[in-house]
Each structure stands twice: as C-alpha cells, then as structure tokens.
Design a protein around this ligand. Structure first.
Ligand code: GLC
Length: 750
C-alpha cells in the first residue's frame, strides 16, 4: 500500500502545475483545469502601473478621489483598488511600470492570490529599455537600425534590451514595430524599419530572436509583432485612420514581415488601431483567425492596443455596447485587453449568459499561461534590484550603442568633399534646436540622466578638443524668431564653419513635439523657422553643415541644392552625439543607406522605390517628378567598384539562385558598402515592381581591399501573386540589378 501511495503521491506531485520539470504546455493545461472562470478572465486583463495611478490621484484617498473631479487614471478606480484586484487574481499583466521596485510590489501582491500566478510586466522597450525610469541603454530607433543594414546589430540591440529588462523584472516588450511605413507625415516612421518588406522582415526577425532567444533563460523576454496590420501607411498620414487596401497590397507589402515574425516564433502580436477594409483589426476574424492562426499557424497570444477594444464601441461603432465590443474582440482572437476596467466583469457576464463559451476563454488563456511558464516567472517573479545595477548601462552596452549609432548615419550631401572636417579647424559655430539636448533619443524614452547622454555639442567637443565651438542656444523648434536668427548670424560670422543640428522633436515628455506617436504633420518641411535659420547663415557666406535629428523623412530640396554637407542621423540614441561628431571629423566613415524614400515635398507623397512601371509615366508640369533621395541612397568618404557578377544563367522554377560579386574600395578611406541585390521580372501576367530588393549585406573594406560577396536570391522572392492572388513563379527572364545599377545581368527561370 505504501509503495502504491508512494507512487501515487510522487505521480500526483509530479503532475502538479508547480512542477518545473513538466513542459510549459503541460503545466498550462494542469493550471487551466484548476482555475475558475474568474481567474481565467483575470489572466486576460492588463492594467497600467500603480505609480501612474498614484500620480493621477495625488494623495487622495479612495473616498476623496471618488468624490472629486480628478477621477484618477481610471475613472473611479483608486490604486488601492487595483492592488486588491491583483490579490484576487483579477489582473494578469501590467504595462508602463516605472521601475523594479514597483514590479516587485505588484508581484508580491500576486503571490497572495489563490494560485499565485505571477504577473507579466510589459513595456515598450522599442530601441532599448527607454521607459525604465532610472535609466538604461538607449539605442538608435528602428529606422536608424534599418539605415545600418546590419541585422546582426539589430539582434544584439534586442539581446541587450532583453537582458536589461529581465534584470529589472520586465518580461514582455511591445516590439518590434514591423509595419511598412511609406507616408512621412505619420509620426511613427522612426519606430519602423521603413518601406521595404524584406528589410522589415529581416530586422524584425533579428530583433525577435534577440529579445526571445531561448525563452527559458533569465535574459529573454516575449517579443510582440506590431501593429497588425497596415497602420503604418495611414490615410493622410493620420495615425489610426481607416485603411482600405487591396488583398494584393496586403499580401505583397504589409503581410510579409508579420508572416516572417510568426515563422521566427514571435510570442505575441498586437492588433492595429485602424480598420482594414471595413473591419477594425481588433474585431477582424480574417486577420486574427484566418490569416494569423489558420494560415500562418501562430500559437502565441494577441494583445489589444491601448483601449482599442472599447473603441470598437466608442470610435469604430461596430459594437452598440462595451460588452459587445469585448465579445467581438474575443471572438476575433484578442487574448489580452490593454488596459483597465470595462472588460473583466463584462466578459464573465458574457460567459455566464452563454454568449462566449468557457472553451473560447480557455483558448485565449492557455497561451498566456504557457508563456508565463516558458519565461520561468513562476519560479522567479521578482527583480533582483541589486543585480539590476550591474546589468544596465555596462561599458559593453554603451559600446554597442555607439557602434550601432555610427552604422545608422547616412551621408546625404558632401559637395566638394567639405567633409570630413580637419581637427585643426579653429572655430566652429554650433546651433539648432537639436544640437545640445536629448532629442537624439527619439520616442519611447523617458528623460535620461544627463551623464548618460552625449549630445551633439558634447560629442563635437570630445572628438575635436582643440577646436573652439561657439554654441548658440536657439532654444526649441518653435522659438527660432527673426531676432534669434539675427543674433545667430552675428555669432556665426566669427567662425570658420557652422554646424546646424535641426529636424524634429520626438521626445515623449516634452510639449513641443513634432514627431513620434500621434505627432502627425500635414507637411514634411522642417517645422518652424529652422530652414530660415539655415538660409540666413548660408546667405551670410558661412559654409554650413546640416545635421538632421529626426524621426521621419523630411522635404529638403532647397537644403540639398544649396548646403554643402547634410548628415542624416535619425535618432541615434545615448551615444548619438559622439557618433555624429566622429562622422563630421572623419573618425568614422558613414556607410548607412536610406531604408525609406525622401520626397521633395508633401505634395509628392506617397512615393516608394518598388513602384509599378507606370508610376512616373507622366510628369508634373511644375517642379521635379520623383523623389529627392531614393530608397538605398547614401554617400561615403570613399568609393567602391563592383565587378565579377556571377550567377547561373538558367534555373528551374523553385530553385534559389546563388550570386557572387566583387566589391573593391578604390578610395582613401576605410568604409562600409551596403551591397543590395534587386530583382526585376521582365514580363509577368500581372504588373510587378520596377525592382524589388531580394538580398543585402553590409561589407567593411580597407582602402584597396577587394572582397567577393556571396548572396542568395530565394525562390520565394521570384514569385508573384497572379490575377487570382495565387502565389506562383512564372517562367521567363529576370533581371538582377546590383545596387543603384552598379552592375546587372539576366537569368531565365524554366
Ligand atoms: C500605444 C501604441 C502601442 C504601444 C501601446 C502601449 O497606443 O500604439 O504601440 O505598445 O500604446 O504603450
């Protein structure tokens, strides 16, 4: 009997969800079977952090808040109520938590719930752990990573971000944003990898692998492919605007990075704010079930975007009540509600009245629990606040921030080789609204300790210590008055050259933002009097170098024609000021290339490189037709020569095609060349792009060095969606274009 009990005991003990030796899937099933419907729905609920709530409610007690007009962060819910809800297992995750202490406070409350299910702590760690209040390593934004054309760096950035997140008790990042963005009026272009599906796919996959690694290790976090789908190319650039797009464009342009994310094993998705073809993404069964789960076999979970389930009722008006909105979202496939009240009670009611089955709730909750087990949060829910200090902002992480910032910089103009400057130059005038502040951090970053950030002015002084830098503080973008401009000109006249750092302000916690989330502009010229400042100093006969710090492509036609040097640095992160200075003084030869088209004006929008043959068949009667700077454009301090393009002249349909080409550095500077391979289907049953990027790599070459580069054109990239939208490879001739027509050649597909 003892033996049997013993076996029974050990067997029943081993079949307990708390047993770490069981698989995450088994543990999730065992736990699910023990939960009440209330506990299950609690796992679908996400709230904003307690500190956020405390800021909103001040020192008001529950009673005072309920009787006041302030209402706190959530109408009539006090932070102490949320703490109680955590203890009752009514909340499964939090977002926008300030620091590790707040994380640990909430996890301790969760450990008081019946099944002690730990919370998932989520944050928008888009290009580093930027929302972590005490400060972490902040890298170039995604458009800058894409400008570096080095997916291994994107992966390393994600790995470091994940490490710093886990060290501070966070488990889930709402990143990468793998939307295709093609309208620079939109405020979030800087948060994306630009206009090309291959670039977005490869950088997105690299970051997902960097964030998630082997999820069971303590240095990895859940990634989130967002926003699904098509919100990155919004009507009139307005965030959230309704998208009415063809199935063809979905399949050719917007879907590929998300399918690649699923194939890379991304744990979570985030639905997009907007509707697609009449159905809001948050209630879109075609997207969330037919495509995402049935066609792509996604097994993770989907989080709503910010109160977007309620917006099915309040904004999209496809749900007469909030409860209907909750039902539509769950039926479509939203697993987690971001955020707050209006969901928990309503969903339990829906289940009790039979509108939603408990099986459907199980389907929604199962992956959430499975990933909590995979992350190991049951075993280790708390942050070790001592460990955090030794993990964040290490020299190695800072070096990565500098290295990735260097690679992200694109040289747009360098007339007469004015750059790089000599370090013997006596006197340089420095001004512009982005010359000495934290705008280089971009969006999704809290204000950082000044010691952690190298501004452009600080970088210039560090890199050329013998030069006198006359700094003129022209204040913010909208404070550049005629008087300020006159004073600036007077001061600039004393210098040999002027460096003007202009562009946008994406800093979330400032009140003169021009870019970033929900910062849409109906124009893409430099905001305020920035260009007037540049013109005034230029017209005073002082050579001007323009440095752009910006989160969207800008209309730079006059600048490109008149200003000798223009450097596109995007939002290069903590070390951005140093990287920019190294480019200015030649310590680093810029090798970045644009991942997105720069239009001449807002009137030229929407432009992208992979357009159909008829796009520019007709020209404007006034002004130039076509973009100012094309996708893939960028200059260097050296030059490269291509030769020896080799590949098979004929392949069988379905085969990949191997390519080799030689690149030689024929100039005097060490530098990087981004080798891009484009494909053109010479004749096809439906129209196809004039060219499509199918492979790329970034190569470093010393002066005189010649390297052979091997690349592959995958069969899938030779395919098209035919008239019936069936993906197929049509036999016939294909043209290979190397870079901007450096070399080309043709091959036949039998
Ligand atoms: C925002 C954004 C989304 C972000 C979320 C949480 O509305 O659209 O990208 O992850 O809120 O901050």
């Amino acid at each position: 009997m003892i033996a049997i009990i013993g076996i029974t005991f050990s067997c029943s003990q081993s079949m307990d969800y708390t047993n770490p030796d069981l698989s995450p899937e088994t543990r999730a099933e065992l736990l699910l079977n023990e939960l009440t419907i209330e506990e299950k729905v609690g796992q679908m609920c996400q709230y904003v952090g307690i500190n956020h709530m405390k800021v909103a409610e001040g020192n008001m007690t529950q009673e005072e808040m309920r009787n006041s007009d302030a209402h706190g962060f959530y109408q009539d819910i006090h932070s102490s109520d949320v703490e109680e809800m955590v203890k009752q297992g009514k909340i499964g995750s939090f977002l926008h938590i300030d620091d590790a202490h707040e994380v640990n406070h909430l996890q301790k409350l969760a450990m008081q719930s019946k099944h002690k299910i730990p919370l998932l702590i989520a944050i928008d760690a888009i290009h580093g752990h930027g929302f972590y209040a005490p400060g972490a390593t902040i890298f170039p934004t995604e458009i800058g990573m894409a400008s570096g054309w080095d997916t291994s760096l994107s992966r390393k950035i994600a790995e470091v971000t994940a490490k710093e997140m886990r060290a501070t008790g966070y488990h889930w990042t709402f990143s990468p944003n793998i939307e295709i963005s093609r309208d620079p009026r939109w405020g979030r272009v800087g948060e994306t990898f630009g206009e090309d599906p291959l670039v977005a796919s490869q950088h997105g996959v690299a970051m997902i692998k960097g964030y998630q690694g082997n999820l069971s290790e303590q240095n990895n976090v859940l990634a989130c492919a967002k926003h699904f789908v098509a919100g990155g190319d919004p009507v009139n650039g307005l965030n959230f605007s309704p998208m009415d797009v063809s199935e063809r464009r979905l399949k050719e342009i917007y879907f590929p990075p998300f399918e690649a994310a699923v194939n890379a094993g991304v744990a979570t998705f985030m639905a997009a704010h907007n509707e697609v073809n009449g159905m809001p993404c948050h209630a879109n069964k075609y997207l969330l079930q037919d495509v995402l789960r049935d066609e792509w076999n996604f097994e993770g979970f989907v989080v709503s975007d910010w109160t977007d389930i309620a917006r099915l009722h309040t904004t999209h008006r496809i749900a007469p009540t909030l409860k209907d909105a909750d039902r539509l979202a769950i039926e479509a496939g939203i697993n987690v509600h971001m955020h707050g009240p209006g969901f928990y009670d309503e969903v339990i009611e829906l289940v009790k009245e039979g509108s939603i089955s408990e099986e459907r709730i199980d389907e929604m909750v199962r992956p959430i629990l499975m990933y909590k087990f995979m992350l190991g949060v049951f075993e280790q829910p708390f942050a070790d606040t001592n460990k955090a200090k030794s993990v964040l902002l290490t020299n190695e992480h800072i070096e990565l921030a500098l290295h990735s910032a260097r690679k992200s910089i694109v040289l747009l103009e360098n007339k007469n080789g004015i750059l790089p400057l000599s370090k013997n130059i006596d006197r340089v005038f420095v001004s512009g609204p982005n010359s000495n502040n934290q705008t280089i951090l971009g969006d999704w970053a809290k204000p950082q300790p000044d010691d952690n950030v190298i501004t452009v002015l600080e970088g210039l002084k560090a890199v050329s210590p013998n030069t006198q830098f006359d700094y003129f503080d022209c204040k913010g973008i909208f404070e550049i008055s005629d008087k300020v401009i006159q004073e600036a000109v007077q001061q600039a006249k004393k210098a040999n050259i002027a460096i003007l750092v202009v562009g946008e302000n994406s800093l979330r916690h400032t009140d003169d933002k021009t870019c970033g989330e929900n910062q849409v502009r109906p124009d893409i010229a430099l905001a305020g009097n920035q260009e007037k400042l540049i013109k005034a100093i230029h017209q005073a006969g002082i050579p001007v170098i323009v440095v752009l710090v910006n989160g969207r492509p800008l209309a730079l036609e006059w600048i490109s024609e008149n200003i000798p040097a223009v450097i596109e640095s995007w939002e290069p992160g903590l070390q951005g000021g140093r990287a920019i200075a190294e480019v200015v003084f030649g310590d680093y030869n810029p090798g970045g290339r644009l991942p997105i088209t720069f239009s001449r004006s807002v009137g030229h929008i929407t432009e992208y490189y992979n357009h159909r043959p008829s796009m520019y068949f007709r020209k404007y009667v006034v002004g130039s037709t076509g973009p100012l700077y094309t996708f893939g454009y960028g200059l260097s301090y050296t030059s490269f020569e291509y030769s020896n393009l080799k590949f098979k002249q004929e392949i069988t349909s379905g085969d990949d095609l191997n390519i080799t080409v030689n690149i030689k550095n024929i100039g005097g500077y060490e530098g990087d060349e981004v080798v891009m391979i484009y494909l053109k289907d010479e004749y096809s049953s439906v129209t196809t792009p004039v060219k499509k990027l199918v492979a790329f790599t970034r190569v470093g070459l010393k002066p005189g060095e010649d390297k052979e580069v091997d690349l592959i054109i995958h069969a899938k990239d030779m395919s098209l969606y035919n008239e019936k939208l069936i993906q197929t490879i049509e036999p016939g001739a294909f043209k290979i274009i190397v870079g901007d027509d450096k070399l080309d050649g043709s091959f036949m597909v039998k």
